[in-house]
Design a protein around this ligand. Structure first.
Ligand code: ADP
Ligand code: MG
Ligand code: ZN
Length: 508
């Protein structure tokens, strides 16, 4: 529940006229490794609390960490995909602070020796003058571990205030995280909120392409903190920033940056100072509220981790990883669009639906690109929206869609039946072939049963038959409809109409 604090805001147009925004985005990504960063505990989501722990991730005395090689490899691949330099030698560091969800009382992280640094990501934003590319510079990407999870019981709000007691689950403690931090992003002007969203979107696409994480913002495997400040003009020194937490959807990235700009503008306009603090985003009310003060001088007493050897990735290994990187998503998009010969508009529809990889995989499984696009961007997207989930999370695969489309192509299914099959697959009734077999779905192509159904429909509605015979062909629709109903949608409507007119001896 959000506290109802409404702070003054300035209309967005006026913010832009008076101030220059600066952004800084910190993205945490939970790696999809099978085991944790410094021990062999499994990382699977949703297990019983505290069943995935050991002396190391519980921070028990005498336990010793060991680095997860896949974690390091993933960090390097992420850095390379973001055009970063990869450190020849770097260390982990202890970030010391006390918090109950962190049993060691320090987080194993990296400080002044990150494994990846000085990169960039180009993102595209739709502006008043068409698409424009903004370069977002990456300061660093470093390795660290996640904390456990605290839940506060007994209160009305789920927050610590008013709770009777709190529970801690250490299953998440020690799960590998990569934190990707941008340099201050300047020069966006009024497009700051859109650039922020485009950056997180592009980053997520890259991470998904690398296969290093399932990048689900709503489950917390991709988390974004948005730093925002305003200054009088692009020539002025940077203003004081706030850091908004909890921004757990792409849409909220854009909304929270926009809101924070309007809030800070009101403070500055009144001659007051923006407090440097963390803030919390509230999806329901669309505002941020004050969190805790945070100064740049917060002293975590960082020091190099003595229990872990330094990381010194050989140049050969780094080059091997670079050579094996998947194609950059924007390059891939251009190539695929050319191969399919579709317009910018059609491509945009696929990308917006988050269906590019799915459509491509469906084409690879043998479907025609137009048909693959039609099913994914149409029917399946509609169902995903209905259920409020992402396309990739629906239990239907490109192979399933290709199979449905193959059956349509062979005349075994019509579009209406194909939709039924897709819905049944999504309802867990099995593969398309299973569904067709158990539901007995097939286009009735044999004329015999169709003629029987036509005769039955005509007998039910002699008046309609009269109309058709007198030349009112539009009336045929009623009989065709009745036949389609009788055959549960399994007839080919055009064929039914043909047979009907033949039966009555009426010419088209
Ligand atoms: P912290 O430890 O406070 O999280 P980080 O260095 O991890 O600090 O992240 C701060 C983020 O804010 C970076 O992306 C940085 O580029 C950005 N940033 C720094 N100063 C400003 C500013 N004045 N306005 C907006 N963003 C800023
Ligand atoms: Mg930070
Ligand atoms: Zn463990």
């Amino acid at each position: 529940m959000s506290t109802a604090i409404t702070e003054p805001v300035v209309p967005y147009d006026e913010v832009i006229a008076e101030f220059d925004p600066v952004l800084g985005l910190e993205v945490h990504v939970e790696l999809g490794t099978a085991t944790k960063m410094f021990c062999g505990c499994p990382t699977e989501f949703g297990a019983e609390p505290n069943t995935q722990t050991c002396p190391t991730c519980l921070g028990l005395p005498g336990s010793l960490p060991v680095v997860n090689a896949i974690g390091v490899e993933s960090a390097i691949r992420i850095g390379l995909a973001l055009n970063c330099s990869i450190a020849e030698w770097c260390r982990f560091a202890r970030k010391n602070y006390f918090y109950p969800d962190m049993p060691k009382n320090f987080q194993t992280s990296q400080y002044d020796e990150p494994i990846c640094f000085n990169g960039y990501l180009d993102v595209e934003v739709e502006t008043d003058d068409g698409m424009r590319t903004f370069r977002v510079e990456i300061e660093r990407a470093h390795m660290e571990e996640d904390t456990g999870k605290t839940s506060h019981q007994g209160g009305a709000t789920g927050r610590i205030h008013g709770a009777d007691y709190s529970l801690v689950d250490y299953n998440r403690a020690g799960i590998p995280l990569i934190e990707i931090v941008t340099k201050p992003i300047t020069g966006t002007g009024k497009y700051a909120p859109e650039v922020a969203k485009a950056y997180v979107t592009a980053l997520r696409e890259i991470l998904r392409g690398l296969g290093v994480s399932d990048v689900k913002m709503e489950q917390g495997s991709l988390r974004c903190d948005a730093n925002v400040s305003l200054r009088p003009s692009p020539e002025s020194p940077l203003g004081t920033r706030t850091e908004t937490k909890n921004v757990n959807s792409l849409r909220s990235v854009e909304r929270s940056v926009r809101y924070e700009m309007t809030r800070q503008a009101a403070i500055l306009r009144a001659g007051n100072k923006v407090m440097q603090e963390t803030r919390h985003w509230h999806e329901d009310t669309g505002v941020t509220t004050s969190g805790r003060p945070k100064s740049d001088a917060d002293d975590y007493r960082y020091f190099p981790e003595p229990d872990l050897v330094p990381i010194a990735p050989s140049r050969e290994w780094v080059e091997q990883l670079r050579a094996a990187l998947p194609e950059n998503p924007s390059v891939l998009r251009a190539r695929v669009q050319a191969a399919w010969g579709i317009s910018d508009f059609e491509m945009m529809a696929v990308v917006k639906a988050g269906a590019l990889e799915l459509v491509a995989a469906t084409v690879a499984a043998g479907a025609d690109q137009a048909a693959a696009r039609k099913w994914w961007v149409g029917e399946v997207t509609r169902i995903a929206n209905e259920r409020g989930v992402e396309l990739v999370d629906l239990p239907i695969t490109p192979v399933d869609i290709a199979r449905v489309e193959a059956m349509v192509g062979a005349g075994a299914l019509n579009d209406k039946l194909a939709r039924q099959v897709i819905e049944a697959v999504l309802a867990g009734e099995g593969s398309p072939d299973d569904v067709v077999a158990t539901r007995g779905l097939a286009v009735v192509s044999d004329d015999g049963p169709l003629l029987e159904a036509i005769d039955a429909a005509l007998a039910e509605a002699p008046d309609v038959a009269e109309k058709i015979l007198s030349g009112k062909l539009a009336a045929a629709g009623a009989i065709v409809g009745a036949v389609m109903k009788a055959t549960r949608g399994q007839a080919d409507a055009a064929r039914v109409r043909e047979l009907l007119l033949e039966r009555l001896g009426v010419a088209e």
